[in-house]
Each structure stands twice: as structure tokens, then as C-alpha cells.
Design a protein around this ligand. Structure first.
Ligand SMILES: Cc1cc2nc3c(=O)[nH]c(=O)nc-3n(C[C@H](O)[C@H](O)[C@H](O)COP(=O)(O)OP(=O)(O)OC[C@H]3O[C@@H](n4cnc5c(N)ncnc54)[C@H](O)[C@@H]3O)c2cc1C
Length: 288
């Protein structure tokens, strides 16, 4: 028979996981988990306040893994200092899904084009995990994937605590965009996120991520290199669109779109994310 246990704190969740041995799994919102084969024991971490906190400390945002998409999308701190994440969360599923689905679940479920995960990778987020012996490890979000729809995290013995993101400073801007058959309740055919820094009208740093390209949200490194040192203007975004579409090898899907169409969309989404991130960087005043 299946059991459902509600954890009141991080320590309590770890104790419950230990007591349940390997037949247990963490549940947050359950929006992904309930569509899969359920384990013998579910440990609910969705009521632990500490896992829902958003804090700014020494130029970094600390964002709890059990923060819901609704809270992420509405957080002033996230909207201001990590705009792409607020944007991605605001586009997940529907209001009902956003009210219970969490950032941690989005990443650990390991769907290749999970919206918040794509934004987190472009923002350079680190994931902080704790194991049953209370050892902590910190790892870049894109390294939490071990294959299509597979995470490298064993959710019966390790828990994701939070994400750490360097806050967006003057001269920097971020953006997330996606393309789907409908505005709500449709998984994206392609999505992209960008983080860009502009110094004296020239691109001094660029992170560009697109999905679904590989199992994990994928940095488009050839396009990032091409952008470095280029003027922040329309001719550069057009070159970046072509480069982004050219550097990915994507799969088609019977349900969503052909490989050729998806390749074209990756270019378009990359261009849109870059243009919006760049205009936000300029609004925040260029670094001199
Ligand atoms: C109708 C519908 C529409 C959707 N639309 C979208 C969409 O547009 N975009 C999108 O990206 N996703 C979408 N999703 C997927 C889903 O809602 C999100 O991925 C959501 O963020 C998952 O979070 P959750 O808290 O519900 O995860 P859960 O289902 O609770 O957990 C998912 C996995 O993560 C593990 N887990 C959760 N939290 C932790 C933790 N802190 N530490 C360790 N392991 C953990 C669980 O054990 C499980 O394996 C949709 C889902 C549905 C049902």
C-alpha cells in the first residue's frame, strides 16, 4: 500500500526519506510525478517554508526549490534581478499548474524543454542539494541531467534545496521566450533564454540557451562566441538567428513539429530572446 507523509522541515524530510529506505520519493506539486509510476512512499516537501524562500545576499539570489511558478512569476526580486526566470514561470501550463508546480520539480523531472529549467541554465544557476547524511553539494543546473527525461539526482536519497543565481547588474539583461501551439496548456515546440551584458554599445558577455535540443537545456556556444564583441544592433541579432539555427541538431516530434520547423524556431526564439535581453540591458544603463 502507498503512503503519503508530509514533511514539516528539511531535517524531517531527510528523516522520513531515511526511514522509508529506497521505496520513497520526494513530491512537491505532484504535477509531473502523478503522471508517472508512483513509488511506495511519497514525502511531501511542498509545505516546508524554508524551501519557498527568495533571498538576495551578496549579489546572489537564493531561490527555494519548492517555490511555485506563481510565486516565482510574481516575485519583485526575481522579476527585477532574474527576469528570464519570472517570465519562464509565468508561461508554464495554466494558473492551476503554476499554483502548485515548483521550480525544483521542473528541473528534477528533466524534461528537455522545461521552461523554468531553460531560464535557470541561461542565468547560470547553481543547484544546491543535500543528501541523507546532510552533505551539501552545489552543481550547475545543466549538469543535473543524465539523459532524455532522466535526472542524475536520486530523489530517494537526495533533495534539491535551492538555486543560486548571480543577480543581474547594470548593463545586463535577461529574457525568456517560447513558441507553442497555444498560449496555455501546451508544451513548447521550442524555447530560448538569454543573458547578455552590453558595455559601450558592444556585447561583452552572452549566454544563450535553447531547447529541446539535447537532454538538458543547451547553451548555443558557437552563437555566444559570434556575439562577443559585436555591436548590440539588429544586424547582429539577424546573424545570431542564422547561427543558432545552424548549430543545433534537433529531433522532430509527431505531436508537435518536424525537425526542420523546430530548427527554424530555435533560430527565431534565440533572436527574440537576445533582442529583448539586450533592450533590458540598455534600460538598466550601460556599464562604462
Ligand atoms: C497540464 C500540465 C501542463 C504543464 N505545462 C508545462 C509547461 O508549459 N512548461 C513546463 O515546463 N512544464 C509543464 N508541466 C510540467 C510540470 O507542471 C512542471 O515541470 C512543474 O514545475 C513540476 O513541479 P512539481 O512541483 O509539480 O514536481 P513534482 O511532480 O512534485 O516532482 C517532479 C519530480 O521532481 C522530484 N522533485 C521535486 N522536488 C524535488 C526536490 N526539491 N528535490 C528532489 N527531487 C524533487 C520528484 O521526486 C519528481 O521526480 C505541465 C504539467 C501538466 C500536468
Amino acid at each position: 500500500m502507498m503512503s503519503y507523509l508530509r514533511a514539516e522541515s528539511i531535517e524531517h524530510a531527510l528523516t522520513l526519506l531515511k526511514e522509508s529506505a529506497s521505496g520513497a520519493k520526494i513530491i512537491a506539486g505532484g504535477t509531473d510525478l502523478f503522471l508517472q509510476e508512483l513509488p511506495g512512499h511519497l514525502i511531501d516537501i511542498g509545505f516546508i517554508g524554508e524551501l519557498k524562500e527568495i533571498k538576495e545576499e551578496k549579489g546572489q539570489l537564493h531561490i527555494g526549490a519548492a517555490l511555485t511558478h506563481t510565486l516565482a512569476a510574481n516575485s519583485k526580486l526575481i522579476k527585477d534581478k532574474a527576469t528570464a526566470l519570472a517570465e519562464a514561470s509565468s508561461l508554464v501550463g495554466s494558473p492551476q499548474i503554476r499554483n502548485i508546480g515548483t521550480l525544483g520539480g521542473n528541473v528534477i523531472n528533466a524534461a528537455p524543454a522545461a521552461d523554468a529549467a531553460v531560464a535557470l541554465v541561461a542565468l547560470g544557476a547553481q543547484a544546491v542539494l543535500i543528501d541523507l547524511e546532510e552533505n551539501i553539494r552545489c552543481i550547475p543546473v545543466d549538469q543535473l541531467y543524465s539523459g532524455f527525461n532522466c535526472t542524475s539526482v536520486d530523489c530517494s536519497s537526495e533533495m534539491l534545496l535551492k538555486f543560486i543565481i548571480n543577480t543581474c547588474e547594470p548593463g545586463e539583461g535577461t529574457a525568456f521566450v517560447r513558441f507553442a501551439a497555444r498560449r496555455a496548456l501546451a508544451l513548447p515546440m521550442a524555447n530560448a533564454a538569454a543573458r547578455i551584458k552590453i558595455t559601450d554599445g558592444v556585447i561583452s558577455e552572452a549566454y544563450l540557451v535553447a531547447a529541446p535540443v539535447k537532454p538538458a537545456p543547451t547553451r548555443l556556444t558557437e552563437t555566444e562566441t559570434l556575439l562577443h564583441g559585436e555591436p548590440a544592433e539588429e544586424s547582429t541579432w539577424l546573424k545570431a538567428e542564422l547561427s543558432a539555427a545552424g548549430e543545433v541538431a534537433v529531433r522532430g516530434s509527431l505531436l508537435r513539429c518536424s525537425a526542420d520547423y523546430r530548427k527554424h524556431l530555435v533560430g527565431l526564439m534565440a533572436g527574440r530572446a537576445l533582442r529583448t535581453a539586450a533592450s533590458r540591458a540598455v534600460e538598466r544603463k550601460e556599464v562604462r
